[in-house]
Design a protein around this ligand. Structure first.
Ligand code: CS2
Length: 493
């Protein structure tokens, strides 16, 4: 079968949407670091709309910071790829043309630095996952002993996003070129402030003057991004090839819903994002908290409980009434910790969540979401507990999500089979689990003492007690029965 490209595009059936502009006229204005499926199903789609609206100076150069797989898939396709939007109804296919070039940082580091130094680049956006910020997830400070940070402080060929951005900011400053705006699109609280904090600190470690300059001159607006984008499978590739009549080596699959809320602070210019449905606001924080604590908090809870029950996908897990009830309680327990939002219907957002999780056409694996829990829990579940305790409330449903994570990171499932735990702290987690053994009273306090995850709550009995009780139940009666008991009000946390 022939490959998707500019040349084969005319052969794709007319029902498939495609770039409504001449791609030859596009000039890059954005470099995106971490060009995975999420970026391609979210921000790159909005940019595709802006290009079609005639804003031709905002094409995207995408860079992978590690593996060459996206480069290998998209380069022969001239950057073109398919977005398949899946729901209970018919799948909608659309070919996206906003990515004009893909680079692989470790293979052509100088080329990437050169692109980033180009004055035409006015936005550098990032989806590098939580761990890509090389920070302490509990405090938000740069992890100065992180191996990539230590490497980048002594090398002029940096490998972390932080090191790469600061190196280029230094070059632009020396050349008298204005800095670009740094736009974090990861699921971190105050992601703009966080990226600015780590960049300014890293710059200061290189040179105090550069640190001050970054602090004074760099704009890092915060964003809230939302769209469920499961990892692409071979079955997706086959389905999409059948629909297109040409082969796409790396299409992306997503739910119909998407939301992007952006703090409007772009001193170096930006495309008219609002014209494509992006919410431009003064303060993103209330949106971020809502999304992280409602959607992502539920997602992580679903992932750990669901995986332990033997459910492969989120849709399978949410079909379990005990798990669905637990998620409803989690959403209810997180609600008093949210900030008021004017002009946005939080109740409708909450009501839509269970439906989004139940989307039968998305095969979103619980194992995928379970990854990197040590980096995700602080903002998804621990922060909710912290605020609830501050208001004199009990820890509530997040304690069950935390306990399910603990049970999961022991690396052994309910049938005694090994779990492939992916986490930057996997080694430490396994050591702690081995030492404590499968005993809730020992394992829960031992894992709670990880200050990067639980901060000052490590020894707080208001967290220790319910997490231990939930973990004891997971060991005694399993995840399915624990969720049932919790949603039925038979297990108080
Ligand atoms: C998920 C998110 O993998 C995960 O941790 O919770 O990727 C989630 O699908 C998105 O944030 C939805 O907007």
């Amino acid at each position: 079968m022939r490959r998707l490209s500019e040349k084969t595009l005319p052969d794709v059936p007319a029902v498939v949407a495609r770039p409504a502009y001449d791609r030859a006229t596009i000039r890059p204005g954005i470099v995106h670091l971490g060009i995975g499926a999420f970026h391609r199903a979210h921000q790159a789609v909005v940019i595709d709309d802006r290009l079609a609206a005639g804003e031709v100076g905002w094409g995207i150069v995408g860079a992978s910071l590690r593996a060459p797989d996206t480069y290998d898939a998209l380069t022969p396709q001239g950057g073109l790829y398919t977005l398949a939007v899946r729901s209970a109804g018919p799948t909608r296919h659309r070919i996206i043309g906003s990515v004009s070039e893909v680079l692989v940082a470790p293979e052509t580091p100088l080329k990437l630095l050169e692109r980033l130094a180009d004055p035409a680049i006015r936005i550098v956006s990032l989806t590098v996952t939580e761990k890509g910020y090389c920070h302490d997830p509990a405090t938000g400070a740069l992890a100065e002993d992180h191996p990539d940070i230590r490497h980048d402080l002594t090398s002029n060929l940096p490998r972390s996003a932080v090191g790469i951005i600061v190196e280029v900011l230094a070059r632009r400053r020396a050349a008298g070129v204005a800095p670009f705006t740094v736009l974090s699109c990861d699921n971190l609280p105050a992601n703009g402030e966080t990226v600015k904090r780590v960049l300014a600190r890293f710059a200061a470690l290189r040179n105090a003057d550069l640190g001050r300059w970054v602090g004074d001159n760099l704009a890092c607006p915060s964003t809230m991004v939302d769209r469920i984008v499961p990892a692409t499978t071979d079955a997706d590739r086959e389905e999409i090839a059948r629909a297109l009549g040409v082969e796409d080596a790396w299409p992306v699959v997503a739910e119909p819903f998407w939301q992007w809320v952006v703090e409007d602070h772009f001193p170096s210019g930006r495309p008219d994002l609002a014209a494509s449905g992006v919410e431009m606001v003064g303060d993103v924080a209330p949106y971020e908290l809502m999304k992280l604590r409602l959607l992502n908090g539920s997602h992580s809870t679903l992932a750990y409980l669901g995986y332990l029950c033997g459910y492969e996908t989120v849709a399978d897990a949410i079909a379990d009434t005990g798990i669905a009830g637990t998620v409803r309680r989690l959403v209810g327990d997180a609600t008093p910790t949210l900030r008021a939002l004017t002009g946005f219907d939080v109740e409708a957002y909450k009501a839509s969540l269970i439906q989004r999780f139940a989307n039968p056409a998305l095969r979103h694996r619980t194992w995928q979401i379970a990854m990197d829990g040590s980096q995700k829990l602080p903002q998804r579940l621990v922060a909710t507990v912290r605020e609830r305790l501050g208001k004199g409330m009990a820890a509530g449903a997040p304690a069950l999500g935390i306990a399910a994570w603990m049970r999961y990171v022991t690396g052994i499932d309910e049938k005694g089979a090994a779990i492939d735990v992916r986490d930057p702290m996997a080694g430490r987690l396994a050591d702690i689990a081995r030492e404590a053994g499968p005993v809730a009273e020992r394992l829960a306090p031992a894992l709670l003492s990880l200050s990067e995850v639980f901060g000052e709550l490590a020894a707080d009995p208001r967290l220790v007690r319910p997490v231990t009780a939930a973990l004891a139940s997971l060991y005694a009666v399993g995840a399915k029965e624990t969720a049932r008991r919790f949603q039925a009000g038979e297990l108080a946390l």
